[in-house]
Design a protein around this ligand. Sequence first.
Ligand code: HSE
Length: 298
Amino acid sequence: KSIKVFAPATVANVGPGFDVLGFALNDIGDELEVSMTSDDKIRINKIEGYEDLPTDPGQNVVGIAIRALLQELNLDQGFEITIKKRVMPGSGLGSSASSSAAAVYAANVLLGNPFSKRELVKFAMEGERASSGKAHADNVAPSLLGGFTLVRSYGPLDVVSLQYPKNMFATVVHPQIEVKTADSKRILKKEVSLEVAISQWGNVAGLVAGLASGDFDLIGRSLEDHIIEPVRSVLIPGYAGAKHQAMASGALGCSISGSGPSIFALSEGKTTAKKIAKAFEGYYSELNIDHRVYISDI
Ligand code: HSE
């Protein structure tokens, strides 16, 4: 038995929601071809796109996530996997999460769906633990469930799919430098003041409320991140200028995608999303920094 699956790239944090909020980008993601074998070995045959990633299943997030799923079932089952990587590692677009999500989804289908999609999140998180040092779920949850998701709690894991308005678009620019999630997690401060925490949870709640009621203005007012962005933005070339370009083009808000260096802007409608894409293009071309721009509905 064999299956081909696609799991989308994702934007984690979404402004103020560090490690708890994320959304899926519909048009970009990794593809996996997975088949069950008659032995108990997990084999990664080929990684197309980024050949320098490890094919050792104990080192690759795909093998690690499937192993976590098998362990829960107390099962020794072999799989053969081909990975087509479309999401660049170190981009801040949930590259490892996309592969992990696709892997556990495919294995689950081949095994006759012992788990729901929501239950698969905890296995895919093991891939994140291996790649970034922390089993965060804000990329794997939207990659598996689609749309916007909230990790309400990590202990116990409580993942909620959020309501959000139609006509939401994301424009993403990826300046082509690699930022390792583990590094960009290390530079974060361990403590925040009560004053800053208040402004942050006001924004998280405002964002969730704005998404649920389709209040684009409230979404826009709530996208500022007072904790992580000031620290991480220094790792991203041209960050302040890119954000300025997005806001001047009508974005609801603009912030770092995951741990960077990608930057995302949210907008109401495709026309604005395209305008932002053009502004990002022009800006990074002028700076002479290689970049890729994506537009996706959510
Ligand atoms: N929430 C994680 C972080 C996502 O910002 O470190 C990594 O893509």
